[in-house]
Design a protein around this ligand. Sequence first.
Ligand code: PLP
Length: 368
Amino acid sequence: MSRDRVFLSPPHMSGQEQKYIDEVFKSNYIAPLGAYVNKFEEFIKEYTDIPYALATSSATAALHLALRILGVKRDDFVLASSFTFIGSVAPILYQDAKPVFIDSDESWNLSPALLKKAIKELPKKPKALILTHLYGQMAKIDEIASICKENGIYLIEDAAESLGASYNGKQSGTFGDIGVFSFNGNKILTTSGGGIFVSEREEWVKKAEFLATQAREDELFYQHQEIGYNYRMSNVLAAIGVAQMEVLQQRVDKKREIFAWYKEFLDHIDEISFMPEIKNSIGNRWLTTLLFSKTNPFKIIKILEQNNIESRPLWKPMHLQPIFQNNISFTEEMSEELFSHGICLPSGSAMTKDVVERICNLILENLE
Ligand SMILES: Cc1ncc(COP(=O)(O)O)c(C=O)c1O
């Protein structure tokens, strides 16, 4: 790969990672668990102001634990944002439950109106909602949380993309019954792969820990009454996570600055509109995303690729995925529109303004 390739959202090290990894090797705590796993969880608890956290092998694993803990079983309905990544909803299938997809509204995130409609019209009460805060921008969380509460539906926040985003000063991932964050390679922070499960309920986090470590009963020997998983994060990766957490606020500020640069270069174009930020919220602008009203985004993606620049289409909605063709969905074709007109632009937190300008010039030269 050429050295000057511009990636969508590559890992950005703080500089402390190697030092902490060396400490892990010196202590020989290479195995899962160890001091850095605890430190990493402490960091998350402090930053998000949540009392309990568990580091996991991925956010997908953390979501699976959430569904298990909330008692989601075969044929239960689980509501979910349609406009999201497959990792958000695959765990519903791991439980043999039935995803019901809810479309977006003008916020690009889940529509509270369609959520209400789904609850009213479904033949039985859904057990839970998995709500994604898309591209690091807050969904209408207060409205959605109160709909879930009024209807006795558990709220799981998929904050995989939104670490550091907040609504009225409260962090994403902390409004629902359970929240999850991702630390995979392209997220605002990375441990190369990893996740975090957070909750205010101590017993749920304890249960998540039990299930994530093969459901081993508290005996001297290996005793099992139920089946669990091998879902914990290793101490080596947690060491990377601690070094990354130390610069979270800087990363959020930089992602927001990159977004502001794109706006500066492109906002004057009538056919371009950026993903909104709802009132009283601060998104982390994990990826800068925008819509073209005339130009084909797939053409722009190709042109950028010819210039060694990585960009991507927006997520293809779940209700359009072949695997979910028989699932129920409540849509108004919003996410379909977004998918066919939108683009994710390079947003790596080490980017410089001249690179953003180069990308914007390529876009401006190729508008239809
Ligand atoms: C919205 C969303 N949900 C879930 C996931 C899954 O996270 P992980 O890769 O840590 O399993 C991701 C990203 O990978 C994501 O973007």
